[in-house]
Design a protein around this ligand. Structure first.
Ligand SMILES: [Zn+2]
Length: 328
């Protein structure tokens, strides 16, 4: 994996990856005319998309914190040219790279509200919309009973922190013990590339701000019908969440699948994956299993609402978008 310095990473980042507030601040400070243009250009982003499905007694609402475009050379295992060609073939090519959504999922059964992941919260790209999305549902962060964080990358836990405080004061926070250990380990931190340092900083802060954080071991049930699935690979403690009731199920697989490159191949990675052998093993195991089961999947970075299935089509794995209309 390329060892990019912070400067190299920053200079390689398109402006849209540098965080919305930075960009808006710069433009508003320097040139009012440009600021107006920027505000107008941002208008469509302010629309809050929501999508809901029902799994037995659970209502699951897909929310999104925003998006960022990942340059074509962020996918080790393939050249930038190959990734761009794949994007062109899928009609999703953009000059700025592969568009990653940052989707979160709210699970409700009438008694408890569980949020799966908390978003990047402005730490990357055009993000920070999750609180507004919850607001659209009439919810404040203090009404969330639990947050399951699938792994400790900044785009999945950033929203746990707001202005140096815990943004979900009443929530039990669940994170796999292997990730808590890894991302709070000074030795791991000093050996990690600069672009992962934000995740290490956030992990320390999350542990400090959520003293009742529950480090979880293995595939345990969080509440009836909501259980942890071990998907180690993308990070040491990368987990999924299975929601199951009345013969139906949905599995939220987080960073198991990235747009454009997956699930067609498993020997292609995202820059943030430090252990490529483990990431490959995870996908080699999971994609055929998901295809055989016809499992309904929710994936963080796939186009909103991130719901679909892995299907085997004449020996080729591909992503099939799922119908997300609320069904009874
Ligand atoms: Zn991610």
């Amino acid at each position: 994996m390329p060892q990019l310095s912070r400067r190299a990473f920053a200079s390689a980042l398109p402006l849209s990856l540098m965080g919305g507030s930075l960009l808006a601040g710069g433009l508003i400070g320097g040139a009012p005319a440009l600021a107006t243009t920027q505000a107008a250009a941002k208008t469509p982003v302010s629309v809050t998309p929501l999508a809901q499905i029902r799994i037995g007694r659970f209502t699951i609402t897909a929310l999104t914190d925003g998006y960022a475009d990942m340059p074509y050379d962020y996918f080790p295992g393939r050249s930038a040219d190959e990734v761009e060609k794949a994007a062109v073939a899928q009609f999703t090519a953009r000059q700025s790279g592969v568009r990653f959504l940052f989707n979160q999922y709210l699970v409700e059964d009438g008694e408890r509200r569980i949020l799966i992941d908390a978003g990047a919260a402005g730490s990357i790209g055009q993000t920070g919309d999750l609180p507004k999305a919850l607001g659209t549902l009439g919810l404040q962060p203090d009404q969330i009973d639990a947050v399951i964080v699938t792994h400790m990358h900044q785009d999945h836990m950033g929203g746990l922190i707001l202005g140096g405080k815990n943004n979900y004061p009443n929530a039990e926070v669940y994170i796999d013990r292997r990730d808590v250990k890894h991302w709070t380990d000074p030795a791991k931190r000093s050996g990690a590339p600069d672009f992962l340092q934000t995740s290490f900083t956030m992990a320390d802060e999350v542990v400090r701000l959520y003293p009742k954080l529950q480090a979880i071991d293995g595939e345990r049930e969080i509440m009836r019908g909501v259980s942890i699935v071990d998907l180690t690979g993308h990070t040491p403690g990368h987990i999924g969440v299975r929601i199951e009731d009345d013969g139906k199920s949905l599995i939220m697989v987080s960073d198991m699948i990235f747009p454009v490159v997956h699930p067609a191949a498993t020997d292609v990675f995202f820059l943030f994956e430090q252990d490529q052998a483990a990431a490959k093993a995870m996908r080699d195991r999971f994609f055929p299993q998901a295809a055989a089961e016809g499992a309904l999947i929710a994936a963080t970075h796939m186009p909103f609402p991130g719901l679909g299935r892995v299907v085997a089509d004449r020996g080729q794995m591909r992503w099939e978008v799922a119908d997300w209309a609320l069904q009874t």
